[in-house]
Design a binder for this molecule. Structure first.
Ligand code: IFM
Length: 458
């Protein structure tokens, strides 16, 4: 074996990259006519964010983007997934675009292309313009209509240079954490509204795919889901049903309609029992909606982190509360409390390929929160993150060997950043950010990842 022979190569055209999102890194929330987003609003609510912080400054990427692209080039990234802040483009969510907002992403795209990095923008990563929320947000059909106009306008401006697009990031989070549990913006706890939000997010995806195909005929289009490999804690019928229920609500509710199978009847029944849906037909589904959601795409993006082991909670059941509970990981877990379980991603990728057969798959996020900072030598020795990525990449590779058409891996995240309701208490970056000085330090995992990219394998 020569020094250049890699024991575990990936396919020659495999794409290696990293991901971020606008509100988590950009800061500059008042710059250049940006409107208010639902996250600006939530962050002002006492107790909403663990460390009482906000994305107002974050990594100051809005001003430091050129340096950050240089860091990406140093890491050897081939693709960069970032998100576009809708409130920078249309401050009220509708109407004329703000030129300066689009100019920012225009310059970013040009710089990425100049250094040979493929831009992979996401149109919606949770920063909804507040005025749209005031009209009902994602539980309101008008937001889906507004999203399509926004998508079209961004496509018209960047589509001559950008081929790869993600419509939505993790609609489960936007709908459920945003409108059912209230942990995320807009901080609402309303089961029926969350069900409508789930639908309108998917609907707006399908409509946006159609609109983008018109303005960017060469576009490579997809949506990103946060699916969770799920397992019953025991073979008992009750635990198997707990698995069915969570898998249905988390995974099948999104996969089935995207691949033309409509919404799963068992989940509808569960939600009717909870009072989140009325008996009878789904009130928010209009004629043609399911067809629109199933609009063919070029790939499916998956954000993969952990797994869920489910058991039925008899006590909760007696209270008529949701009966599925997640078993706490006994083994290794990250600072998020998420179990490290690489095998789960092989299983999930194979399942999605076999049951839904997307044209291609990308892992659009995968990563781990560990809070290692610079040591006395100034270096960040994040060996646990290296081990995490090593395990997950091996698992991804196994899926490829099982014929899954996995085309790329985008690590979450390029930079430590604002982790939503956890504020700055969780660090996911390949690059450490000192929030006092905004100094960036490439972590050991970043260097390791650079070598993986260079060798196209482990
Ligand atoms: O930081 C988030 C990201 O915004 C969406 N996917 C999961 C990441 C880690 O929680």
């Amino acid at each position: 074996m020569t020094s250049h022979t890699v024991k575990h190569p990936f396919p020659d055209d495999f794409v290696w990259g990293a991901a971020t999102s606008s509100y988590q890194i950009e800061g500059a929330v008042d710059a250049d006519g940006r409107g208010t987003s639902i996250w600006d609003t939530l962050c002002r609510q006492p107790g909403a964010i663990e460390d009482a912080s906000s994305g107002a400054i974050a990594c100051d990427h809005y001003h430091r983007w050129r340096q950050d692209v240089a860091t990406m080039a140093e890491l050897g990234l081939q693709a960069y997934r970032f998100s576009i802040a809708w409130p920078r483009i249309q401050p009220t969510g509708r109407g004329e675009v703000v030129a300066a907002g689009l100019d920012f992403y225009d310059r970013l795209v040009d710089e990425l292309l100049r250094v040979g990095i493929t831009p992979f923008p996401t149109l919606y990563h949770w920063d909804l313009p507040q005025p749209l929320e005031d009209e009902g947000g994602w539980s309101h059909r008008g937001t889906a209509e507004a999203f399509v106009d926004y998508a079209r306008r961004v496509g018209e401006r960047l589509g001559d240079r950008v081929r790869h697009w993600v419509t939505h990031n993790e609609p489960w989070c936007a709908a459920v954490l945003g409108y059912e549990t209230g942990e995320h913006a807009p901080g609402i706890k309303d089961g029926p509204r969350a069900m409508a939000a789930r639908h309108h997010l998917l609907l707006s995806h399908g409509w946006a795919v159609r609109a983008l195909r018109e303005v960017v005929p060469e576009a490579v289009l997809g949506i990103t889901l946060n699916l969770v490999p799920s397992f019953a804690a025991s073979p008992s019928p009750a635990d198997r049903d707990a698995f069915r229920s969570l898998d249905g609500s988390f995974n099948r509710w999104f996969l089935d309609p995207l691949y033309g199978m409509g919404y799963p009847a068992d989940v509808i029944a569960d939600r009717q029992a909870l009072g989140h849906l009325p008996p009878g037909p789904l009130p928010f589904v209009a004629e043609g909606d399911l067809q629109a959601i199933a609009e063919p795409t070029d790939y499916l993006g998956l954000n993969l982190y952990s797994r869920a082991v489910l058991r039925s909670d008899a006590v909760a059941e007696a209270d008529n509360a949701p009966r599925t509970v997640q078993v706490a990981p006994a083994d290794e877990h990250t600072d998020m409390g998420w179990e490290v379980y690489p095998k789960g991603i092989t299983q999930l990728l194979v399942r999605v390929h076999q049951c839904y057969a997307p044209a291609a798959l990308y892992i659009t996020e995968c990563g781990a929160a560990y809070d290692d900072g610079p040591g006395a030598d100034g270096e960040v020795h994040d060996a646990r993150r290296v081990a995490f990525f090593d395990g997950y990449l091996r698992a991804a590779q196994e899926a490829i060997e099982l014929d899954v058409p996995l085309k790329g891996f985008l690590a979450w995240s390029l930079l430590d950043n604002f982790e939503w309701a956890y504020g700055y208490t969780k660090r996911f970056g390949l690059v450490h950010v000192d929030y006092e000085t905004q100094r960036r330090t490439i972590k050991q995992s970043g260097r390791w990842y650079r070598d993986v990219i260079e060798r196209n394998g482990l």
